[in-house]
Design a protein around this ligand. Structure first.
Ligand code: ZN
Length: 500
């Protein structure tokens, strides 16, 4: 008979627990030092090891070799606890025993010594489901627990537990298990089960489980029952997801502004029967990952293989951070924006149209660093000693082409007769976007810096005229490039004028 993976691979000893290292270490120390608390409360999302650790701890305490961090697994205590039929280790499901009765039973039976083992251990799962009167009854026992009793509570909703109970327990917060760790575990299990599954598929299953090992194993079971032992085909559709290849094609088409392919991809997604809202979630994560690549925080991508991460780089290079954030914004707001549209296909198409129209934004910071580079270059020219004998006024004539390029730029505000000049007065009155403000500030700082350097620089040295010309040429080229970039940010409201 097929045994579900979650049951078959349930951890039996501390060392088989994954993703909860700190908790495991603390409990091991408690067992080793014989300082086991009389009540624990384990909190965390489902399927992260709360009940497994509760049972392992119970075995550690009651094993014939105990207390030990390595319960033998074969003595009667270990076997009974493993099978959940020990008279001294009582498991209560808070979700199905909400009444006071089971706790009243507990209150009455707890006073008697354990029948076979060292300790009576009460494991209460979903303890937050107990009624108020059950909590009150429980509190009485917790206030004066008999020396032979231990409690282990588990809950997914710690906020529903009365403070009076919490204050009498040692608390452990269980973490979601990182996708990469689940992925490694699935690889191990696949090998043990003789199942050949692609890494991409195991990654899809791991990330869909949202930090729960148990969920990942149930999803893996679903995939196995569909594909058998050979899971090579993309499992997405079977699990209600849009295959990554389709998302990749769609994103490629959107980035390339290829309307036809995008609409085709949208129809493909719709016709595959995928839930459009689930798809939006996947697409949002996709853009999120591109942003993470853009920011160079690849370690923060949990749900893609290295190969898949590499495929995001071209996208990250094509758009600025602000553009990517705008795209993410459109996708995550699609639900709200189009809530009155009942057709999922239409919602999908409209979202794609909106993604086409994300305005191109140059990154002001990037631009400023380019300007800085230019400024440095200008200073270099100034600091370069002029050729011996070159008349001073020739140098002066170069100067107007050199550093004061901020003076070449004015904002016309679209009206050539009303030129808001680059000067402090403009700054005070302007109602331009922040970017203008930022640039102007930068220009003026740069001018100050350059003037300062210029004053300090002695200009009467020696320099080959050809070299100087080359540098001027280079500056000019860069300057043109920057002006172009600035124009892209500010559109037609900016114009370049020659100072003279
Ligand atoms: Zn044992």
């Amino acid at each position: 008979m097929y045994q579900v993976l979650a049951r078959k691979y349930r951890p039996r000893i501390f060392d088989e627990i994954i993703g909860q290292d700190a908790i495991v270490q603390t409990l091991k120390n408690a067992v080793n030092n014989d300082r086991i608390s009389h009540a624990y409360i384990f909190t965390g999302t489902r399927g992260v090891g709360k009940t497994s650790i509760a049972r392992i701890l119970a075995k550690s305490i009651n094993c014939v070799n105990g207390p030990t961090v390595n319960p033998c697994g074969v003595c009667s205590a270990c076997v009974q606890i493993q099978n959940g039929n020990s008279v001294d280790v009582i498991e209560i499901d808070g979700a199905s025993n909400t009444g006071v009765d089971s706790i009243r039973d507990l209150k009455e039976s707890i006073i008697y010594s354990p029948q076979s083992f060292r300790f009576k251990i009460y494991i209460i799962d979903e303890v937050h489901m107990l009624s108020n009167s059950a909590f009150n009854a429980l509190l009485k026992t917790l206030e004066e627990p008999p020396a032979h009793a231990k409690f282990i509570f588990a809950t997914t909703e710690i906020h529903k537990i009365p403070e009076t109970i919490l204050s009498r327990c040692q608390r452990f917060n269980f973490k979601r298990i990182p996708t990469k760790i689940i992925f490694e575990k699935l690889k191990e299990i696949a090998a043990a089960e003789g199942i050949s599954a692609t890494e991409e598929n195991l990654m899809i299953i791991s990330s869909l489980a949202d930090g729960s090992l148990r969920d990942s194993l149930s999803i893996f079971d679903t995939a196995i029952s569909y594909f058998g032992n050979d899971i090579k085909e993309d499992v997405s559709a079977v699990l209600g997801l849009t295959p990554k290849s389709i998302i990749f094609n769609l994103i490629t088409a959107i980035f390339a502004k290829d309307h036809e392919s995008s609409i085709k991809a949208a129809r493909e997604i719709y016709e595959s029967g995928a839930d459009v809202r689930q798809f939006m979630k996947q697409a949002a994560f996709y853009i999120r990952n591109i942003i993470v690549v853009k920011l160079n925080y690849r370690d923060l991508i949990y749900d893609l293989t290295d190969e898949e991460i590499k495929s995001l780089t071209p996208f990250a290079e094509q758009r600025t951070l602000e553009e990517l954030l705008d795209m993410l914004d459109i996708i995550i707001n699609a639900d709200v924006k189009f809530q009155r549209i009942s057709s999922p296909l239409l919602m999908l198409e409209l979202t794609i149209f909106r993604l086409f129209n994300v305005p191109l934004k140059k990154d002001v910071t990037e631009l400023i660093s380019k300007i800085d580079g230019l400024a440095e270059l200008s200073v270099k020219v100034l600091e370069t000693p002029a050729e011996h004998g070159e008349p001073k006024n020739s140098l002066e004539s170069h100067k107007s082409n050199e550093i004061t390029f901020s003076e070449h730029i004015v904002l016309t505000g679209g009206n050539p007769n009303n030129v808001p000049q680059y000067n402090p007065a403009y700054k005070q009155n302007n109602k331009q976007p922040l970017e203008h403000e930022k640039l102007f500030e930068h220009f003026s700082k740069m001018d100050e810096k350059l003037n300062e350097r210029e004053k300090q620089t002695k200009l009467d040295g020696i320099k080959q005229p050809n070299d100087r010309q080359e540098i001027f040429h280079e500056i000019k080229k860069k300057e043109d490039l920057i002006i172009e970039n600035i124009k892209e940010i500010f559109g037609d409201s900016i114009e370049r004028i020659d100072k003279n």
